[in-house]
Design a protein around this ligand. Structure first.
Ligand SMILES: Cc1cc2nc3c(=O)[nH]c(=O)nc-3n(C[C@H](O)[C@H](O)[C@H](O)COP(=O)(O)OP(=O)(O)OC[C@H]3O[C@@H](n4cnc5c(N)ncnc54)[C@H](O)[C@@H]3O)c2cc1C
Length: 430
């Protein structure tokens, strides 16, 4: 089967490898000059089922409103107020009802845990290839914070291993916190989570796909999906036209525009985040990846050379002043947690999470036979990459997916709201 995949970020490259391993003829297209130039370029690098819960949580609408008046902590909303922001914002706010949050978080956890296990079990791409580590992640809270009322229950229900740690145990687990001027009172440690550089993983996946016969065209943007009757038969690009037996859209944020050429209107909206990558060769590094939940900042070491701090969430695309202020705040936070970096000039990066209102991707079949979706992974695209690629590959091959794909259906949203007929049924939380 000839498969054209649009987008060579983490979603597209891993999908290209999964399909190549099944013996398919794969052509991967990307408008950028090299692999992983979108959201996968310098993200936080956390493979984090332990905290993959939906960001549309009870109380989120109030938090977003506060941020409009400059009172938000780590989250913000950026002008201009386009109709797409109103639509997305209204859908996002509605997902913050308790029952929806629980359903969305369970679905995120099911996909994340499945994906993490595939990632760390794949001996063909070893940890060294992408600065990875499978040593767990610490989720940290201050004196006045604690895990949400259902977080731990969801982890337990899913059979995830976790430990609740007090301040002393936190420092035993991560000695670096002993010298930090930011103090954490408690934390949750998820031993099965891990970290790694998503861009290096994307490059490694692409290289393996190429060695299995796949082809990649960089600098070639897909302009339009070619629809004939009830099928998508190919892709028109800046350089020509490619006929395909199957087309997979893995274009991250830009999937929305590309899919609009075939009549889709998917609510995917940018939520901007920021990272600073420090070259720390030869100095001591954090032992495990960590997230300060109240500050909305994460950090992780990739191999021996890089420590990256990543944080904040601004709905939309911020202007220059906001970007500079966020990067300044991130730099200060990094210096407070890990004083060594105060004397190191970091590489700054600004990226957009391709976010859906329920924080779940669009995965699997579409309204057109031959057209498959693997996009809209929001804040969890690295964590969910291997599972999403496996699911799409299984479905293309006519096999049943290993986990229930109902929550990720493309048609779960209408123009003005959610279609409840597309909801998965979950048992009551114990
Ligand atoms: C600050 C930040 C921190 C994050 N931290 C984490 C984390 O710790 N853990 C986690 O799991 N996730 C994290 N994420 C989320 C994760 O980075 C994304 O969900 C993921 O990278 C999305 O991957 P993708 O391949 O779908 O999209 P992208 O990486 O954006 O790739 C899309 C590709 O499609 C190409 N493209 C777009 N349009 C076209 C077109 N028309 N034709 C051809 N090519 C096209 C682009 O050039 C790009 O290469 C973070 C994101 C951000 C921004």
């Amino acid at each position: 089967m000839r498969v054209v995949i649009v987008g060579a970020g983490i979603a597209g490259t891993v999908t290209a490898l999964a399909l190549s391993r099944e013996g398919h003829e794969v052509l991967l297209l990307d408008g950028a000059a090299e692999v992983a130039r979108g959201a996968s370029q310098a993200n936080a690098g956390l493979i984090s089922p332990g905290h993959c819960f939906s960001w549309a949580e009870p109380g989120i609408a109030g938090m977003a409103l506060k941020s409009l008046f400059g009172m938000g902590d780590g989250i913000g909303v950026c002008a201009p107020w386009m109709p797409s922001l109103w639509r997305w914002g209204a859908l996002f706010a509605r997902e913050g009802k308790r029952d929806r949050w629980l359903a969305n978080s369970r679905a995120a956890l099911a996909l994340s845990a499945y994906s993490r296990n595939l990632l760390f079990d794949d001996r063909n791409i070893p940890l060294e290839a992408y600065g990875g580590s499978h040593d767990g992640i610490l989720y940290l809270y201050g004196e006045n914070d604690e895990p949400g009322p259902y977080d731990v229950a969801l982890l337990r229900e899913a059979g995830e291993s976790f430990d609740s740690l007090d301040h002393v145990k936190l420092i035993e687990r991560e000695p670096m916190l002993g010298s930090a001027s930011v103090k954490f009172a408690r934390g949750v440690f998820c031993a099965n989570d891990g970290t790694g550089d998503a861009a290096r993983y994307a490059a490694a996946s692409l290289n393996q796909a190429l060695s299995l016969g796949a082809a990649v065209h960089f600098g070639e943007k897909a302009l339009r999906l070619e629809v004939r009757g009830d099928a998508v038969c190919g892709v028109e690009t800046t350089h020509g036209y490619y006929e395909a037996d199957a087309v997979v859209v893995t274009a991250g944020l830009a999937s929305k525009q590309l899919l609009a050429t075939a009549g889709y209107s998917l609510p995917i909206y940018p939520v901007t985040g920021y990272s600073l990558s420090y070259h720390v060769d030869g100095t001591s590094r954090p032992c495990v990846g960590a997230v300060s939940i109240p500050h909305k900042v994460a950090w992780a070491a990739f191999g021996d050379a890089t420590v990256r701090f990543t944080g904040f969430a601004d709905i939309g695309v911020p202007g220059r002043a906001k970007v500079e202020a966020r990067l300044r705040a991130l730099k200060q936070f990094a210096g407070n947690v890990y004083p060594i970096v105060r004397s190191i000039e970091p590489i700054p990066w600004v990226g957009q999470r391709p976010m859906t209102p329920d924080n779940l991707p669009f995965l699997g079949k579409s309204a057109h036979k031959n057209l498959w979706l693997n996009c809209g992974h929001g804040a969890m695209g690295w964590t969910m990459a291997c599972g999403s690629a496996r699911i799409v590959t299984d479905l293309i091959l006519g096999r049943e997916a290993t986990i229930d794909v109902t929550p990720y259906r493309w048609d779960r949203y209408g123009m003005f709201g959610r279609r409840s007929s597309t909801d998965a049924v979950w048992p009551a939380l114990a």
